[in-house]
Design a protein around this ligand. Structure first.
Ligand code: ZN
Length: 494
């Protein structure tokens, strides 16, 4: 097996896929042709290639080459699965993109329904939009089940006992262990979450907590009351000024390009495309203002900086593959600025930053609770297979975490491939430990200290060569622990 050839192909494949994603999501192209790209690089989806890489990883004696080969084997294994479901996935994407639902006598695109829901202040109209949306989502369950079923068959063909065993062995993450680590989030944060949820629902949404539904939460997190203090035109400078204070060029010498052009079919949510790491990173935004938009922009900026400052000399496995919790942690570090009172005061210009800070911390706590429940649910789903009964398990676990009546229709749509939920959970935990360290070393307002810049750049330069556990160990942060994360949230909410 020619490893150099595989690495070359991987570089070209990732670039082609990323350009395709950029064009479709930025509204420059209608139909996704991702399946055609996968076919062009069929060798990367072949079982033989995967098995050889896995074998080579097992036999490698030199630690660095074993490390690279493990990342490569993980990519090739997941790519085998994606290759098998490529057509079904494209069918799903295309069908969903074309699906419309009825809203006030007109047809609106299913993909814009959530934006309509959160912007709708009238509760009964919101409820009818939600039920039209859920009915449409449920129609795609058969196709989603087919994709899951085929994925399971493929991992079995590759010699694994099941989907969970496959993801666990390739990623090296102990999912059951992570579930044990993160489940206590639910009990430990229950009282503070419940108090705030009830307060926000009554005061901001006008809904009795016992009657609250998912769409009421969507409305709550839209938080129009903050629009005036978080306007769209302040965002970019507020994000970039602290970077310059730290001695970091926000455009990374031109390697980061911001696409903020308005286009009708551009996805409303910010995202990053990485055709070439580190040389070509595109930050795509459609700024509308408000806390949602601020968080999304800062989050994607965190990814963009990490990728654009990755050392170009690193092997493709360390630039492109590896532990995605690392890049998520840097993204959370940046979107966490919304919880920094000093940043809100100095860079956004708020004289009373308290309300925004508290709201951002509450939103983060909601995410954490939701993802802790999602991980527990996904372990059950992949253990049982996508049976109808899983819809009830999903509803119960999500309702238990969010404390609102949760729709069972989303049980296959609200699912990230290859346990990506685990990457987020590990990233939140590591990011809180890192933030504690930055505060201790570079002051409470670490984000405007010129000594923080070189420290962050040295971390970003390493791409995803090391896992979050390895980084935590090396930085003296000890094993992953919930304590800093929960302590920071309760301090922000106090
Ligand atoms: Zn992210």
């Amino acid at each position: 097996m020619d490893l150099d050839r595989i690495r070359d192909d991987l570089e070209q494949f990732a670039e082609a896929l990323s350009r395709e994603e950029y064009l479709t999501r930025a509204g420059l192209k209608d139909e996704s042709r991702a399946a055609a790209i996968r076919e062009r690089f069929a060798s990367l989806g072949s079982r033989t290639t995967f098995e050889k890489a896995r074998q080579a990883a097992r036999e490698a004696s030199e630690p660095d080459s074993a490390h690279r080969l493990r990342f490569l084997a993980e990519f090739l294994g997941t790519n085998c699965v994606e290759y098998q479901v490529r057509e079904a996935s494209d069918r799903l994407t295309t069908a969903e993109a074309g699906r419309t639902i009825a809203a006030d006598g007109e047809g609106i695109l299913l993909r814009s329904a959530e934006v309509r829901i959160k912007n709708e202040s009238d509760r009964s109209r919101r409820a009818s939009l939600e039920s039209a949306r859920l009915a449409a989502v449920a129609e795609f369950s058969t196709l989603r089940r087919e994709i899951l079923e085929r994925s399971r068959q493929e991992v079995e063909r590759l010699g694994f006992a099941g989907y969970t065993a496959f993801c666990q062995e390739l990623s090296g993450i102990d999912f059951a262990g992570l579930r044990e680590l993160t489940q206590p989030i639910l009990a430990r944060s229950l009282d503070m979450y419940r108090d705030l949820l009830e307060w926000y629902l009554r005061r901001r949404v006008g809904v009795e907590p016992s009657a609250a539904r998912r769409h009421d939460l969507a409305r709550l997190f839209r938080a129009p009351e903050f629009d005036a203090c978080l306007p769209p035109d302040t965002l970019r400078e507020a994000a970039e000024a602290p970077l310059r204070r730290m001695g970091i060029d926000p455009q990374a010498g031109g390697r980061i390009r911001v696409d903020d052009a308005p286009r009708p079919k551009k996805t409303p949510r910010a995202f990053v495309a990485t055709p070439r790491i580190p040389d070509e990173v595109i930050l795509v935004v459609r700024p509308g203002g408000g806390p949602d938009d601020y968080t999304a922009f800062l989050h994607e900026l965190g990814h963009a900086l990490h990728f654009a400052y990755t050392d170009p000399r690193l092997a493709v496995e360390y630039r492109r593959l590896g532990d995605a919790s690392v890049t998520e942690a840097f993204a959370f570090l940046l979107d966490g600025l919304l919880q920094e009172r000093g940043w809100l005061r100095r860079f956004v210009g708020l004289s009373q930053p308290r309300d925004v800070q508290r709201f951002a911390a509450f939103h983060k706590l909601w995410f954490l609770r939701r993802y802790a429940a999602k991980l527990a649910y996904e372990l059950i789903l992949h253990d049982k297979g996508p049976a109808q009964s899983c819809a009830d398990v999903y509803r119960d676990l999500l309702a238990g975490a969010t404390l609102v009546d949760w729709p069972r229709e989303l049980y296959l749509a609200d699912l990230d491939p290859f346990f990506y939920a685990a990457r987020y959970l590990r990233a939140w935990i590591f990011e809180a430990q890192l933030r504690d360290l930055l505060r201790k070393r570079f002051d409470e307002e670490w984000y405007r200290n010129d000594r923080t810049g070189p420290y962050l750049l040295a971390l970003w330069e390493r791409g995803q060569r090391h896992t979050v556990e390895e980084l935590a160990g090396e930085l003296g942060l000890g094993p992953l622990s919930l304590d800093p994360l929960l302590a920071q949230i309760s301090a922000d909410l106090a």
